[in-house]
Design a protein around this ligand. Structure first.
Ligand SMILES: C[S@@+](CC[C@H](N)C(=O)[O-])C[C@H]1O[C@@H](n2cnc3c(N)ncnc32)[C@H](O)[C@@H]1O
Length: 249
């Protein structure tokens, strides 16, 4: 399997196994965080509901199984990345240190961690803890990164601020398109192949299509695959994509 601009309805590990070594320029992915639970509650349309109901059973693992799953994903991503390729991996806040250690153990070079700040976080139901207003994204590379388009001092800060007010689909954990576009612009070139093994609503593929990159993704839930494919049909690929860097003044 190596055709690009496709979203396959397949388990991430199965899909990854079919990819050739050193074949992908960039990985951007947002795997299950293993934070959904039948007893933890959040809001949906103003009403309290369990996080398990809002997200789905795909986010529930035994903690040991989750660790093994993430380690296998990291190993496969390292294998399929070309030397100089980079990986952006979102995680739950409590797991970010674990992700860093496991990525380095698997051969990645630690580069940075990005904080994605939500401008409109969920309200607190019980008012006994801080509201959750940020997520963490690990940035690592396979050796020295081949591409880092430093757009500007203002844009290349490891804090991404976004609002969830403008979502494109009904996926429960759709990532903000502008934040993913920034990662694509900075860490890839036009025509590069970008992989997302947990495609969800297709945000990574949408950013790639808008910016003239190729994408490849996997998604286990047939409903989300259909959602992502429909979303992509609405996006036009640019005729002359740019590298993302500003022209020198
Ligand atoms: C956090 S969501 C990704 C959301 C995505 N970033 C977006 O913007 O829509 C994780 C996705 O992984 C999918 N998933 C869970 N386990 C999977 C597996 N083993 N293989 C492939 N996809 C899986 C879920 O169905 C879910 O859509």
């Amino acid at each position: 399997m190596q055709p690009s601009n496709r979203i396959y309805h397949v388990d991430a590990l199965e899909g990854l196994k079919k990819l050739a070594d050193n074949s992908v320029d960039l990985v951007i992915t947002d795997p299950p965080y293993n934070i959904a639970s039948p007893s933890r509650r959040t809001f949906r349309k103003g009403k309290p509901v369990s996080t398990m109901k809002t997200m789905g059973a795909w986010d529930c693992f035994h903690p040991f199984d989750y660790d093994v799953f993430i380690m296998r994903i990291l190993s496969e991503c390292f294998r399929v990345l070309k030397p100089g390729g980079a990986l952006y991996l979102f995680s739950a806040r409590q797991d970010s240190g674990f992700f860093v250690r496991k990525a380095v153990e698997r051969g990645f070079t630690y580069r940075n961690q990005l904080i994605a700040i939500k401008k409109n976080p969920m309200p607190s139901l019980h008012k006994r803890n801080w509201r959750n207003a940020f997520e963490i994204c690990l940035y690592v590379s396979k050796g020295t990164p081949r591409t880092f388009n430093f757009l500007s001092q203002h844009e290349c800060v490891n804090v991404l601020a976004y609002s969830n007010a403008q979502l494109h689909t009904a996926h429960p954990t759709e990532k903000p398109l502008s934040a993913i576009e920034l990662l694509v612009k900075v860490s890839s070139r036009p025509g590069d192949l970008v992989l997302d093994p947990f495609m969800g609503s297709g945000t990574t593929a949408a950013a790639c299509k808008k910016l003239g990159r190729n994408s490849l993704g996997f998604e286990l839930n047939a409903k989300y695959v259909a959602m992502a494919r429909q979303r992509l049909r609405r996006i036009k690929r640019p005729e002359h994509p740019t590298s993302g860097t500003r022209a020198a003044a």
